[in-house]
Ligand binder design. Structure first.
Ligand code: BTN
Length: 324
């Protein structure tokens, strides 16, 4: 379901954020809407598993929720012509932008919840309401598809830069091709979809998923260890500021990528590289190969040294560290 984030939802949650009980009548009077309209919004929010209890005295929200807010993000984009859309719920932010193609200018889209969030290699991306960042943005490049292979690494470097400059307690590693890691646990991931256009141009939809306020949530067992920023800084974070840092850094960095390609990002990739000199397994879909990771080449392909000492390169797949 596609729902724009409405000011009614934001205002109701702002009222409930004080942690006390509020009646539907009180909320309705504060917002100039009926008690039934309040009830309808609360019912919808409860469907996202938000812990709003309906008691006979009124509604009670256990944990405060700071929602996404266009006004807080826009100052980060002030010098740029970027159109930003924020949704309460979408199937997937990347899917939404893809359906709007061809996009003329630079566009970014955020959602509080994704019903069918997508990860790399056909995986699902779990997207609980109001806690994390689910963001997609579009870029047009005067490059043909063959020159775009390094984009996913460049975006990973830019996202890591943005997070580290947001808060110096955050120290990232990157797992090829573009997983964001902290302390060997997955913090987020990037999904790049490329479409060729006429005259050697191409469009990219860049999807970023980042765990932010996830310390007090129970999730179904995931196939790998994960972490959120709240686990590092030990407080709930305002996602708007983080999104601001990320969008500003990425849109500026995409201009560098357009002119200089991946080469401009390789020294920083080396700094963040989680796999370098480690024994690594790579699942290519067609099978698994293992070897010692020796960084990446100028196109961003993974270099693996096999047992015979020869180096092979790989353009896609899923990597994991092998324990000795
Ligand atoms: C990965 O598998 O590591 C990549 C995950 C990318 C998830 C993001 S969330 C925003 C955007 N919309 C999606 O459906 N996927 C990406």
């Amino acid at each position: 379901m596609t729902h724009k984030l409405s000011s009614t939802v934001t205002q109701i949650l702002n009222i409930l954020n004080d942690g006390t009980i509020h009646t539907g009548i009180d909320i309705g009077e504060a917002l100039g809407i009926s008690r039934t309209a309040v009830w309808k919004v609360i019912k919808r929010l409860q469907k996202y598993n938000i812990d709003i209890q309906s008691q006979h005295q009124g509604y009670h929200l256990k944990e405060p929720l700071i929602l996404l807010d266009q006004k807080k993000i826009e100052p980060f984009l002030s010098s740029k012509k970027i159109s930003l859309e924020i949704f309460e719920s979408l199937e997937s932010t990347s899917h939404y932008l893809k359906n709007k193609m061809p996009l003329k200018g630079q566009t970014a889209c955020l959602a509080e919840y994704q019903s069918m969030g997508r990860g790399r290699l056909g995986r699902k991306w779990l997207s609980p309401f109001g806690r994390n960042i689910y963001c997609s943005l579009s870029g047009v490049f005067k490059k043909d598809l063959g020159e775009m292979s390094g984009l996913s690494l460049a975006v990973a470097v830019l996202t890591a830069n943005a997070l580290e400059s947001f808060d110096s307690r955050i120290k990232l590693s990157l797992k090829w091709p573009n997983d964001l890691y902290i302390n060997n646990q997955k913090l987020g991931g990037i999904l790049i979809e490329l479409m060729g256009e006429a005259y050697g141009n191409c469009q990219a939809i860049i999807g970023i998923g980042l765990n932010v306020n996830m310390k007090d949530i129970k999730l179904p067992d995931l196939d790998q260890p994960w972490i959120s920023l709240e686990h590092i800084v030990l407080e709930k974070l305002d996602r708007n500021i983080i999104v601001g840092y990320i969008l500003r850094t990425i849109f500026e960095g995409l201009e560098v990528f357009e002119h200089k390609g991946l080469e401009a990002f390789l020294p920083e990739w080396e700094k963040y590289d989680l796999l370098r000199n480690q024994k690594v397994s790579l699942n290519t879909g067609a099978g698994k190969v293992s070897g010692i990771a020796c960084g990446v080449d100028s196109q961003g392909f993974l270099l693996l040294e096999n047992a015979l000492g020869s180096i092979q390169k790989f353009s896609y797949g899923d990597t994991s560290l092998l324990k000795d």
